[in-house]
Design a protein around this ligand. Sequence first.
Ligand SMILES: Nc1ncnc2c1ncn2[C@@H]1O[C@H](COP(=O)(O)OP(=O)(O)O)[C@@H](O)[C@H]1O
Ligand SMILES: [Mg+2]
Length: 375
Amino acid sequence: MTMVGTHPLLLALVVLSLGVTLAAIGQAHPVALTWLGAIAAVGAVARVVLILDRRRGAPRSIDHAALRRIDFSGRKAWLKEQVRGQDAAVGTVVDTLQRGLQLAQSGRSLGSFLLVGPTGTGKTFLATAVAHALWPQREPVVLNMNQYKSPADVSAFMGSPGADGPATEGTLTGAIAADPRRVVVLDEIDKCHPDVLHALLDALDGGRCRDKATGKTADFSACVFFATCNAGVEGLRTLADAEPKAYVAAARDVLSREAGFEKSFLARFSEIVLMDSLRPIHIAEIACLLIEKQWGDAGIQVDYLAPELLAEIVKSNEEFSQYGVRQLAHCVRRMTDGMLDTARRTGLRRVDLGLGPAAKAALLRAKSSGSAAAP
Ligand SMILES: Nc1ncnc2c1ncn2[C@@H]1O[C@H](COP(=O)(O)OP(=O)(O)O)[C@@H](O)[C@H]1O
Ligand SMILES: [Mg+2]
């Protein structure tokens, strides 16, 4: 039984009830029975303390054997379908995570990945897609790290006992104490204060932390961590041909130099993964997915997209190339929204789309009935 963290009032209650029990038994029975009764009373009180202690702070138990039985490799193809043009990154993440699952145990996380790449290449998207593939019922914990810019922000993360105000549960410790099987996304980790990174070391190792507000323990041994970072891309590109064994040390050197991370922090990651700029063919593929989704949401199935239309969309995205594909949805909308509106109003259910005047989408063929996409 652990008494660590037990409230003083609870301890007083335990001692009091023990005394009352002993006195009552001592008065009513001979010596031998008194001792037996005392032992039983101590046992009963101990159980109550243990239960209350668990409710207050002990971590939710993790079934590591069940984690070791998960087959995640089968989700690789689905992930590659979602995250276009990043097959190598997806492969590394899935293989490493599968190994991590097979070794699931207390004191180590299932995997921790530092995703480095230019804006709009799918870093956050890959992390959340892995979360949906691994635990579809649990939303990932996404922490926007540029909110934690001062040393005092460690408490926002780990909980604050409320010396100068109300106690506040930590954004990280609170979420993991409530449900430890989570994917944690530390988004744009290069933007937070170094003290915050320091406070994260134990979590990344898969250790345990106690929330400073609630006293609940967060056990990180069923967590998968993704940290995303825009800095250090140029340096990592020069390592493209490095031997796999030499890559890890060289990547840490690059990131401590170019992104300012401490080596001890970088050593916490199972993998450092470069997600490089997307090529035009992948931008066209993502445009197809976006159009399929937007028209599908309106109950219209798109059977065919003319290459000229896709080429025009890719060209229009060039204007925003520094944002990767972040502005692609906007480009697609600008070119197809007028046509979508007409198609919806005329009750079309299935369409082929081509390129019309003024670089806008035009109807090539249309059907007003048939097995349309579900609205
Ligand atoms: N490789 C990709 N495959 C499919 N969609 C992508 C990809 N990269 C980005 N997107 C789309 O662009 C959006 C923004 O991407 P995001 O993951 O936030 O970029 P990053 O984190 O690299 O800056 C995503 O929500 C997704 O819709
Ligand atoms: Mg991002």
